[in-house]
Every structure is written in C-alpha cells, then in structure tokens.
Design a protein. Structure first.
Lengths: 540, 321
C-alpha cells in the first residue's frame, strides 16, 4: 500500500535530528571507546586509500592485517564509515571539527533510526503513533547522548530495528526477505547484538505459523506464507556479507571468527556501581536493566509505553480478525529480548543502559500506540479543533522528555530522571555516575584559566586519543600534555565512579592533601575532582 | 485504524487511564523543577564552611552527608581535613563531629542524638555533635615514624632502614598504593613493596583507609616495634587489603601478631572478604603501663597480600552523650 508523504516526514525527522546532534556535539568530549574507534577508523581509512590507489597492495595479507588488527574484536562497518568521515574532513574540511567528522556516521545512524521508527509506527499502527514514537525515542536522554558518538550502540539499534522491520514486512511480502537478509548482514557487520535476532524471529514465526495453520484449517484463507523466506535470506546473505565485509576475516577465517565469537561469549567484566555496590564479577543483579530503564527513561514516556503495550495486547486479543503477522508479539519480543539477555546474571553490565538500546525503539513504538489510543479517547469531534488538540496532547506528553533531555546535555551518562530523584537522588542511592571519561571536555574552561600556558595533566579515565581530540578540535592548545604519572602532573583529575576512589587516595598520598582545587558538578553532584600538585605549584 | 469492538466495553476504564496519563507530565515537570532548583549553591557551601572554620578546634572531625558531597566538603574545608581524618577507621580520635549536610542526610557515624548545634546556610545545614572525650591514648598510624622496623630472613632479624625521597610512579585503576611513599622503612630494594609506612589505601568497600602499609614477605615476619606506648583498657586494631587484592577472594590469609612487652597478646587473621576488619584486644590488666608494642605480619602466600593496618590504644570512652 502506497503511503504518500510517509518518507518525506521521516526524512524531515532524520534531517532535523542530525542537525540537532551536530549543533550539540561540540559540548561532549570524546569517550574512551570513541578514542579507540578513532584510532581504528584512521587505520581503516588509510587502507581504503591504499585500496583506491593500489588495490593489489591493499589486498595483501600484510596490509590487511596491519590495518584491521586494530580493534578486531568488533566488526568494521561503522569504523569504516567513521573513517570515511575522516577522509572527507581531510580532503574537503566538510565538518566543523575533526571529532564531528568521525562522529557524523553515528549521528546519521541516529537520524535514520528516527526515520525508521516513524515509518515502522505508521505501518504498524498509525502516522500519529509513528510520529510520537519517533519523537519519544529522539528525546530519551541516554540515547540522545550516545547518538552523538562515533560508537556502535546507536548504529546497532538502527541495524536491529531495520532487520526487524524488514522481517515484519517480509511476512506479507516475500520480496522483503532479501532486505531482511541484507540488513542482517549489515547488523552482523555492526555489532554482536545482532546475534539474537534469529531467536526473536524464530519464536515469533512459530507463533504466526501456529495461528496461521489454525486459521487455514478453520476458514481456508491464507494470510501469510508458511515458508520462512526471511530465514533463508538471513542464512544466505548474513554470514556471506559478514565475511565479505570484514577484511580481517579474509585470512585465517575460521580461527578469526572463533576468536571474535569467543571474545564476546567470554567477555571481560568491568566495574559498575548499582545501589552503592561496585559489581565487577558475576552474578550481576537481574534487576539492573529494569531499574536502570525506570531511572533513565522519562517517566511519561515509560508509562505511556507500558499503557500502550497493555492496550495493544488487549486489543490484539479482542480483535475479531486476528493480525496474521502478530505485530504485538513481534514488538514485545523485540522489546523484551535485550532486557532479558542483560538480566541473565552472567551477562556483563558495564555499559550502563546502552547494551539494551535495541529495546528502546519498541518501547517508543508502544508509547506511540498509547498516544494513538489516547487520541482516540479524546471527546472531541474530527476537525481543526481535534487536530490542534492532538498536537497539543503530543507536545504536552513529550515535554518532560524534551526538558530532561535538554537538561542531560552534555552529562548524558550522569543523568537520571525524576523516578530516581534526579541526578542527586541517584547519587544518594549509589548509582553509577558516569563512565568512559568523556566529561573532561567540560573542564576545558577551568583548565584554560588555571593553565594559560598549558601544562601536564593526569587525565584519569580519559583515554589518550580522547584527550588528543580536545587539541585537534582546538579546544585546548597543544601545550597541554596528558600523563599517566600523578606525581609528575601539574593537575590530576579523578572521574567520580565508585571504583575510581583509589585514584583519589593515590593523589592524597602523593600530594599530601585531600583538598581538590576544583570540583566539576552536575546538579550539585561531583563529576570530576581536580587536584593541584603542590610540587609543581610554583612552576606556572 | 485499530478500533476493536471488544474494547468498547472497557472504554471507560481506559478513558480514565488516558486522562490520568495526561497528568503525568505535570508531576514529572514539577518534580524535575523542584530537584534542579534545590541544588545547594557554591555560596551556600562557602558560608557553611566559613562558619565551621570559625568554630573549628583541635579534636574536631568534619564530614559530609550524603557521602556524595564529600569532594565538595573537601574543596571548601580540605585544609582542615587531613588524610588521617578522611581515612579514619572510626571516630574515637575525635571529640566533636561537624556534619555538612544537604537533603537532610546524616552520616552513619554521627551519634543518634540531637545535635549540639544546628545552622542553615541556604540549602546546606551544619550540624555539630559531641562525641565525648577521646579515649585514644596512642595512635600507631600517626606515630609510625618512632617505630623501628625489622625483617626476618632465614631466622635472623635485620633492620629495615628509614628512607625518604623518591617519586611515586604511575597512578590509576588497579595500581593500588603508589610506590615509593615519601618516607618509609625499606626492607628490600629489590622488592619495592616490602616497605612499611603511612598511606591512604582503598579497602574492600572502596573506602579510604589511613593506615600503615606492612606487606608480608612469607612465613617469616616483617615487624614494627613501637617503644614506650601508653597502654589503656584496650588496643583496637583494624586491618585489610587493597581492594583489588581482596575482591576476588582468591588470596591466602594474612596474620598479624600483636605483642605487648614481648608477649604475643593477639593474633589477627585477615581472610579475603573480611574487608576492613576490626579487632579489640583487652589490655585492662596492663592499663597505665608504658611499654613496647610490636606488630608482626606474615602470610603463607604473600603474593598481592597488600596488608595495611591502623590501631590505637584506648581507655574506655567516657562522657559521650
């Protein structure tokens, strides 16, 4: 069925969101993982240049390994795209800063995701539901932070949502099976979250097939094909694209695939504070993903999504003509699967909320469904008044999310909603305050004021490439140098996370004082303490 | 549009749900506004700190509540907060406690009584509690440098000389206590961790502990001897390991022998998972004497047994409210 204007609205949402991300990205410093991906992207970009210049040389094992050895624990798709941004910046100065060049592909992924959520919602429910869902997703504080980054969490959310959408369409139109396989290949090349998709589809398709058989036996009417074309496409295209698109796998393929699988099935554990306890080893609390969702998704969005889910489930149950594609079951499966996987006590919980971002488009879609049902319940007749009231209701229901998202910037990982008592409430409860060391960017005005001629900084959790980007972007002059030596630094930073307390204590012992020179705060909660080295006090 | 007929029956209950959902943004926005407008300003903290500073006297303890404001309290009053105060094992050395409080919080170590004094500075409250006369007679951690240090090798005891200088190397997660400390007893230059001296170390609960680092070398002891220690009713001993050495619960036990006047009075055994462990040695029969106290540390498997301890001799606390 043709839906005029559908993609015009979707594209507008996409462009608007990308423009918003570009405008706000400068305030967010490069995170730890981004720093690693910048290094990888530059190496991959170098290989792309070689491929264009001397294809024969580029395809030798030595050159492939030299480029793709870096960060080979993650597939290359996004890093190649980050690298293209870097090449565009170098050739045309296409972006306002180097960091923006690396991050553009990530921001574009976020824009495309908003577009896709709109289209998905419009197909599954209605345009108003799709529009509300797209805005509700765009205005989630944590995803808003991640949407700025040259990292994989928002791109894999786009990729997984795209595969689910293609699969959903393929149930009625087998031509979409190819798109399912193709997007699955892209998802495999983006991040390992994609491994769970066949399981979700297998369960959903079994439900559909069971009900379809029963329906056929009763009425003789065929609503959908019982041949899993999507599965054939996923099995055929997915692994093929995965290997073909990742040069690292072109040699020693089996060993390297095994190594990749092994890295993620036996992933290292990191520290994460949760209700005052520093978790670093399994078993991890099964409530983590659920409570963190409650504490970080704006309350109105969460309640509307929950109400929409219940309403839609009830509507599906009572619907006289069953939905052959079992939309509710699919969306519910896509929503719950990531949360359930994180709830397994052996699954690492180090990434805050980002590891179940793939659930959020579906939470947003249910919020859209709730909004649609709410509009239907409005006691106003169709016409201009109703349209105005609908827009007004939508804006009113999205306003808290917009306010909280705006307030979360640029401290997205430190932000907690009113359900946690806000940022100070979460700090009092002992919730993780940040990770990745990106908040050093917010110290730039202070650092420039106390070290006008530059100096040496112990930068704690900020990785070298991330600090270097502050200089590349012109935020700090090259006279600032990062060091791993607390005793040698002019100033030492501590990013406040529970397990980083030891750095505080190292500084106290080394500097002989517990007094910081400055404390960066967000809503009154310490984010970074800065200590001045008394030995170097007179040096500048 | 999906408009199932069956839903009509439950329409009125859904109508109420949707109507009530429209009120959620009002709650969320007003709560958000309340939270962000009730954050104490720097001026509030400055005024509170200025008041505490004007009344501060020797024997006072300063702390913040809730604990997340601790860096802000140290920013404003850090010149009065020594590493020993920040890393205290308990409040026995102090006679009054100042609490810089926001959000009506009170720290766990404040007495459960009415404060002696209470003042408000904007959104910051200052509370002062009386703890009573300090029962501490002798603080081993503060007096570490009067001790003599020895190591036993092959059955013979050798002195560990005092060294000063050197620059601590590195920093960061998993690095633990940075070596060398500025002043320490050095037992083996080839094993830089085989030293004794004061540090602030992170315990199993990620809390700072001002303590004496005394890493075991094996079954043969490393010892610190304190001369002329005033003995009271009890000797309170705390010990633990650096967080990352202990948290996997894979290491062997560490044993500290507390000897008074050459006689072993207590054996303190620390096993992984114990955290910052307290032990009280009853010394009433020796109360009033001044004599030598030694702490000897050993461990069958000394690898990463980053033992650190603090202790004091005390009389029974009197005059507490």
């Amino acid at each position: 069925m043709k839906r005029p204007g559908l993609h015009t609205v979707g594209a507008s949402l996409c462009v608007g969101y990308v423009v918003l991300l570009l405008a706000t990205a400068g305030a967010i410093g490069l995170s730890r993982d981004e720093g690693i991906y910048v290094d990888a992207a530059q190496r991959y970009a170098g290989w792309l240049e070689l491929l264009a210049r001397e294809p024969g040389a580029a395809l030798t094992r030595n050159n492939i390994d030299a480029a793709f050895q870096t960060n080979h624990e993650h597939p290359p798709l996004m890093k190649l795209l980050f690298g293209l941004g870097f090449l565009a910046q170098r050739a045309f100065h296409a972006f306002a800063s180097d960091s923006q060049a690396f991050r553009f592909a990530g921001m574009l992924s976020a824009g495309l995701l908003v577009w896709l959520i709109y289209v998905f919602g419009a197909r599954a429910f209605s345009r108003s539901a799709g529009l509300f869902a797209a805005c509700a997703f765009a205005l989630l504080p944590r995803p808003f932070y991640h949407a700025h980054l040259n990292a994989f969490d928002v791109p894999i959310t786009l990729a997984c949502t795209a595969v689910i959408y293609a699969y959903y369409r393929s149930l009625r139109d087998p031509r979409f099976a190819w798109l399912t396989g193709f997007t699955f290949g892209l998802a495999l090349l983006t991040k390992h979250n994609s491994w769970f998709l066949p399981g979700i589809f297998a369960i959903h398709f079994s439900v559909c097939a069971f009900l379809e058989r029963r329906q056929r036996a009763r009425t003789g009417i065929r609503n959908m094909s019982l041949v899993p074309y999507w599965l054939l496409a996923m099995l055929g295209l997915g692994p093929l694209m995965f290997v073909a698109g990742w040069p690292w796998l072109w040699h020693d393929t089996l060993a390297r695939v095994n190594s990749y699988l092994g890295f993620h099935t036996h992933h290292e554990y990191y520290n994460m504070e949760y209700f005052g306890v520093n978790y670093f080893w399994p078993p991890f609390p099964s409530s983590y993903a659920w409570i963190m969702t409650l504490f970080t998704v704006p309350l109105t969005t969460l309640l509307l999504g929950s109400a929409g889910l219940v309403y839609e489930a009830q509507a599906s149950w009572l619907r006289p003509k069953p939905d052959a594609t079992q939309t509710t079951v699919l969306l519910l499966g896509a929503l719950l699967a990531p949360l359930v996987v994180i709830s397994i006590p052996t699954t690492p919980i180090f990434g805050g909320t980002k590891h179940w971002f793939t659930a959020y488009p579906f939470l947003a879609l249910f919020a859209g469904r709730g909004f649609q049902a709410l509009l239907a319940a409005l006691p106003v007749r169709a016409g201009r008044g109703r349209a105005l009231l609908s827009w007004g209701a939508g804006a009113w229901l999205l306003l808290p999310a917009a306010v909280e998202t705006a307030h979360s910037h640029p401290f997205g990982l430190s932000h907690y909603t009113v359900a946690a008592g806000g940022v100070p409430g979460a700090a009092e409860k002992g919730m993780n305050r940040q990770f990745w060391g990106f908040t050093t960017r917010s110290l730039v005005p202070y650092l420039r004021s106390v070290l006008p001629n530059g100096g040496t900084l112990y930068v704690c959790d900020t990785i070298y490439w991330a600090f270097e980007m502050l200089i590349r972007d012109g935020l700090l002059p090259p006279t600032f140098r990062p060091t791993g030596e607390i005793a040698q630094a002019d100033y030492a930073l501590v990013h406040h996370e529970k397990h980083f307390a030891e750095v505080d204590h190292q500084i106290w012992t080394t500097y002989g004082s517990v007094r910081p020179a400055y404390v960066l705060r967000y809503d009154g909660v310490p984010i970074i303490s800065v200590y001045k080295n008394p030995r170097n006090a007179g040096s500048r | 549009m999906l408009r199932p007929k069956g839903l009509e029956r439950s329409r009125s209950s859904w109508w109420w749900l949707w109507a009530s959902l429209l009120s959620v943004p009002l709650f969320e926005l007003s709560r958000h506004a309340w939270i962000v407008t009730h954050v104490p300003s720097d001026a509030d903290y400055r005024a509170a700190a200025s008041f505490v500073r004007s009344q501060f006297q020797a024997g006072d303890l300063i702390t913040g509540a809730p604990s997340f404001i601790d860096p802000i309290v140290r920013l404003h009053l850090g010149d009065l907060i020594t590493p020993a105060m920040a890393g205290r094992s308990d409040d026995a050395a102090y006679e009054r406690i100042w609490v810089i409080s926001i959000r009506d919080a009170v720290p766990a170590d404040a007495p459960r009584t009415t404060p002696q004094l209470e003042r408000e500075f904007g959104r910051v409250r200052v509370l002062r509690y009386a703890l009573g006369k300090s029962p501490v007679l002798f603080d081993f951690t503060g007096a570490w440098s009067i001790a003599s240090a020895t190591i036993v090798r092959g059955g013979s005891e050798q002195a560990c000389p005092m060294r000063a200088g050197g620059v601590p190397r590195g920093g960061g997660l998993g690095k633990g206590v940075l070596m060398p400390f500025s002043r320490r007893f050095e037992c083996d230059s080839d094993r830089p961790w085989l030293v004794m001296g004061p540090v602030v170390m992170e315990d199993l609960d990620n809390q700072p502990r001002a303590c004496i680092w005394q890493h075991p070398q094996g079954q043969e002891p490393v010892s610190l001897r304190f001369p002329n220690v005033p003995i009271g009713d009890q000797l309170v001993f705390y010990g633990g390991l650096y967080y990352e050495s202990e948290r996997m619960r894979e290491g062997g036990p560490v044993e500290a022998t507390i000897a008074i006047d050459g006689v072993a009075r207590a054996r303190f055994t620390h096993r992984d998972g114990d955290g910052w462990k307290r032990s009280v040695v009853n010394t009433q029969e020796l109360a009033g004497r001044h004599t030598e106290v030694s702490i000897s540390v050993r461990a069958p498997e000394p690898h990463q047994r980053s033992f650190c301890w603090s202790a004091s001799t005390r009389r029974a606390r009197v005059g507490a409210p």
